[in-house]
Write a protein that binds this ligand. Structure first.
Ligand SMILES: *Cc1c(COP(=O)(O)O)cnc(C)c1O
Length: 381
């Protein structure tokens, strides 16, 4: 079946007790058992919840995996996946990974004897050099925040597999509509459902999808044992959000392209980072590996003062962290999402003082470009 059909129908079966067309929010902690050892497959809601299960079935189909497990946040999903390695193992990770992932790896997991190398995953040779005999996991993110750098998922997956490591991809920025890492060769894909999947900026959640039954068995065990599950209300919100994923992503995509083209033509803007622009260094890779280029764009206004003046003037675009919602969000990575990275390192990664990131929403694009145009007037020529 087609992807749009799957978004709406996969996992969304009519409720067996009433026929309700929308999966009910099973707001319960436990289930009454008929007799000792006799129940309907549900014993306790940390372990099994029908609303969460519907979302997990839905996402397993959308990401072409054997199963999925939903967690309390994107970070809770990353934490659960981190149990695929143990003390003494080595992880190779993108040096442009989400800041929360970097913090978790370096300040928590490293305390338990796991070793990390953070490398530029856009350069396969650099990834290869980082591999050790103990490397068990390659952690990728594509496109990355906020420079929109890609990595070649099929190529790097092949390299990792030859060396006995599993490949994990954070697919939050693309969503399964734009990119399906398991099809491209990865073993595990995960999302912050907080972003495009839920899509309405009203829930925090995470989900991991795996390709092998053994990985699913372990992930299920971890989900139940460590317990950072997604609650039924949030599971329902994400399930509902995904029903419109395709129509939202099509609009995000067309708005994204139009806003990138608008920004690219502005004399006050030094550089626009968007995989859909022919000038993006990995434009060809994006065409090969993704179905479209999405709605995440960053651009450089040349100085902190210019960025501050511009961000102080936007009206329709809301200043805030997060992304992937129907409303356009705009942010200043150097002082917001990437403030924890020390300055020389930050600039080396391309997060300059003048850099602005925009998550293009699904408003009328003329309103967005008009807002950006009037905000650019705040910058001296
Ligand atoms: C937001 C985000 C996360 C973390 O997700 P939470 O739901 O905030 O815990 C991880 N990766 C990426 C790329 C993100 O944008």
């Amino acid at each position: 079946m087609g992807f749009s059909t799957e978004c709406i129908h996969a996992g969304n079966l009519p409720d067996p007790s009433t026929g309700a067309v929308a999966v009910p929010i099973y707001q319960t902690s436990t289930y009454v058992q008929e007799a000792l050892g006799k129940h309907k497959g549900y014993e306790y809601a940390r372990t099994q919840n029908p609303t969460r299960h519907a979302l997990e079935e839905n996402m397993a189909v959308l990401e072409k995996g054997v199963g999925a497990r939903a967690f309390a946040s994107g970070m809770a999903a990353a934490t659960a996946i981190s149990t695929f390695v143990k003390s003494g193992d080595h992880v190779v990770c993108s040096n442009m990974t989400y800041g929360g992932t970097y913090r978790y790896y370096t300040q928590i997991q490293a305390r338990y004897g796991v070793e990390f190398s953070f490398v530029d995953t856009a350069d396969p040779a650099e990834v290869l050099r980082a591999f050790r005999p103990t490397t068990r996991l390659l952690h990728l993110e594509s496109p990355t925040n906020p420079i929109m750098t890609l990595c070649d998922i099929p190529l790097l997956s092949g390299m990792a597999h030859e060396r006995g490591a599993i490949v994990v991809v954070d697919n939050t920025f693309a969503s399964p509509y734009l990119q399906q890492p398991l099809v491209l060769g990865a073993d595990i894909v995960y999302h912050s459902t907080t972003k495009f999947l839920n899509g309405h900026s009203d829930s925090i959640g995470g989900i991991a999808v795996v390709k092998s039954p053994e990985h699913l068995e372990w992930l299920s065990f971890v989900q139940n044992s460590s317990g950072a599950i997604l609650g039924p209300m949030d599971s329902w919100l994400v399930l509902r959000g995904i029903k419109t994923l395709v129509v939202r992503m099509e609009r995000h995509e067309s708005n994204g392209r139009a806003v990138a083209a608008f920004l690219d033509g502005q004399p006050k803007i030094r550089k626009v980072n968007y995989p859909g622009l022919a000038t993006h260094p990995q434009h060809e890779l994006a065409k090969r590996q993704m179905r479209g280029f999405g709605a995440m764009i960053s651009f450089d206004l040349g100085s902190f003062e210019n960025a501050a003046a511009f961000l102080g003037r936007v009206r329709l675009c809301s200043l805030g962290e997060s992304l992937g919602g129907v409303e356009t969000l705009i942010s200043h990575p150097a002082s917001m999402t990437h403030a924890a990275i020390p300055e020389p390192e930050r600039s080396r990664l391309g997060v300059t003082p003048g850099l602005v990131r925009i998550s293009v929403g699904i408003e009328d694009v003329e309103d967005l470009t008009a807002d950006l145009a009037q905000a650019l007037e705040a910058i001296p020529a």
